[in-house]
Design a protein around this ligand. Structure first.
Ligand code: ZN
Length: 377
C-alpha cells in the first residue's frame, strides 16, 4: 500500500497519519519497544542550519504533549539537499520573526524532502503554528506546497496521541543512513506519537490571518509619559471591546488622526500615561497599536491588569462596524491567541460588562455576543 504513494513526503505522512487515526497500522509497530531500537531521524540542529536566536521562549507546561500537528510550508518551494532545505528553513524563520513578529520560527520541527528533520523550537518550547493547540502540541512542517499536489490534504492534520515514553531523540547513528526517507518520517511520527495513537481527528484548522498592525511610530504616537506597566496576568484571560463613540473612519489617514486624538485626550485630559487601549481598530481594516501586547491598559477597571482592550473607532449604538473592522478585530484576537499574547481560553467582554457605561454601543455589544469567547460572566 505504501508503494502506491507517489506524492512524496507529505502524502506519506498524511496518509500514514490518517491511517493511524483509523487505527490501521500498515504493519508498522506502534509499541515503544520497537521504537526505541528503530531508526532515529537525522535532526539538524539550529546551529547547523544557522538559525537566528529566538526573541523569547516559553516552556511547554505539559510534556509530552497530547497533540502533534502536521503542516506543510504552503508555498511551492521544495528541497532535496541539506543546503537548500536549510535555506528554506531560514526563510521560514525570517518570515515568522520579521513579518509575523513571532518569537521564532513557528514550528517545533521542519522536515525536508532531503529526509532530514530541522530543529525549530524543538521539543520543549511552545510553538506558533496552530491556534488553540500551541501549548499542547508539537508542530511539524513539511517543506513544500502539498495542497493540490496531494490528495487528502487540508493543510493541517491533527493526530491525537497519547504518550507513554519520553521524547528524547538522539542524533542518528550510522545504522539509520540506509533507511529510506519514508521510514525516517514514519519514525519521526512514531517517536512523537510514541505508543498509542487514537481518535479519528481530521479537521480543518483556520490559522488566523495576522491583521495589519500599524505601529505607534507609523501613526505618529507620542511617547508614554512614563514606562508602561506590564499586565499582572499574561497571557491575559480577558479581551474587552470598546467603541470610541466618535465618528468612524475608512481611510488610514483619518483613522490615525483619530487615534492620535484619543491619545491626546487620554494623556492631556484624563492625565493617563498613554492612550488607554491596547489596540484600536478602524473601519479602514487596520489595527493601530496602542499600548500593545503585554501592557497594563487604562480602559476597563478592574480588568486592566488582565485583559487586552480593543477599541473600534466609531459610534455603534445603532449600527455595527463594517466588515473590515469586524474582521480586523476578530483576526487580532485570534492572532493574539496564536502568539501567546491572549490566553487561548479567553473570555470576551463588552466594556459595559465591567463598568456602568453604554460602551461599546448597543448594536456592537449585541454583535460581540455572537463572537467566540463571549460570556455573560
Ligand atoms: Zn469603553
Amino acid at each position: 500500500m505504501l508503494g502506491i504513494m507517489k506524492c512524496s513526503v507529505l502524502a506519506t505522512v498524511i496518509t500514514f497519519a490518517s491511517f493511524l487515526s483509523m487505527e490501521i497500522v500498515l504493519g508498522i509497530p506502534l509499541d515503544c519497544a520497537n521504537l526505541k531500537n528503530d531508526v532515529v531521524p537525522n535532526i539538524i540542529s539550529r546551529q547547523n542550519w544557522h538559525a537566528r536566536q529566538p526573541v523569547e521562549r516559553e516552556l511547554l507546561e505539559v510534556t509530552p504533549t497530547p497533540y502533534v500537528v502536521i503542516h506543510h510550508g504552503g508555498e511551492p518551494k521544495y528541497c532535496y539537499d541539506e543546503k537548500t532545505c536549510s535555506a528554506i528553513v531560514r526563510q521560514y524563520q525570517n518570515f515568522h520573526i520579521d513579518d509575523r513578529h513571532w518569537f521564532d520560527i513557528g514550528y517545533s520541527f521542519v522536515i525536508g524532502e532531503d529526509g532530514n528533520v530541522y530543529e525549530g523550537r524543538g521539543w520543549d518550547y511552545v510553538g506558533a503554528h496552530a491556534p488553540g493547540y500551541n501549548t499542547q502540541s508539537i508542530g511539524i512542517c513539511i517543506i513544500g506546497d502539498f495542497s493540490s499536489k496531494c490528495f487528502i490534504v487540508q493543510s493541517i492534520l491533527k493526530v491525537r496521541i497519547e504518550c507513554c515514553g519520553s521524547y528524547n531523540v538522539t542524533k542518528h547513528s550510522s545504522s539509520s543512513s540506509q533507511s529510506t526517507m519514508m521510514e525516517k518520517l514514519i519514525t519521526v511520527l512514531l517517536m512523537l506519537a510514541s505508543c498509542q495513537v487514537f481518535g479519528d481527528v481530521l479537521e480543518d484548522h483556520n490559522i488566523p490571518v495576522r491583521p495589519n498592525i500599524i505601529s505607534r511610530s507609523n501613526w505618529g504616537a507620542r511617547a508614554p509619559k512614563s514606562q508602561l506597566q506590564n499586565l499582572a496576568v499574561n497571557p491575559p484571560p480577558y479581551v474587552v471591546i470598546h467603541h470610541s463613540a466618535t465618528d468612524g473612519c475608512t481611510t488610514q489617514a483619518i483613522c490615525q488622526a483619530r487615534v492620535r486624538s484619543f491619545q491626546n485626550y487620554h494623556m492631556d485630559e484624563k492625565n493617563w500615561t498613554d492612550i488607554g487601549y491596547n489596540f484600536v481598530v478602524g473601519e479602514d481594516g487596520n489595527v493601530y497599536e496602542g499600548r500593545g501586547w503585554d501592557k497594563h491598559g487604562a480602559h476597563s477597571k478592574p480588568y486592566n491588569s488582565k485583559s487586552i482592550g480593543i477599541c473600534i473607532i466609531g459610534n455603534f449604538v445603532d449600527h455595527n462596524p463594517n466588515t473590515a473592522a469586524i474582521n480586523a478585530t476578530q483576526d487580532l484576537i485570534a492572532y493574539g491567541t496564536t502568539i501567546g499574547k491572549i490566553k487561548e481560553q479567553y473570555t470576551l467582554l463588552g466594556h459595559s460588562q465591567t463598568a456602568a457605561t453604554s460602551c461599546p454601543g448597543k448594536s456592537l455589544y449585541k454583535l460581540i455576543q455572537t463572537w467566540p469567547g463571549w460570556s455573560s460572566i
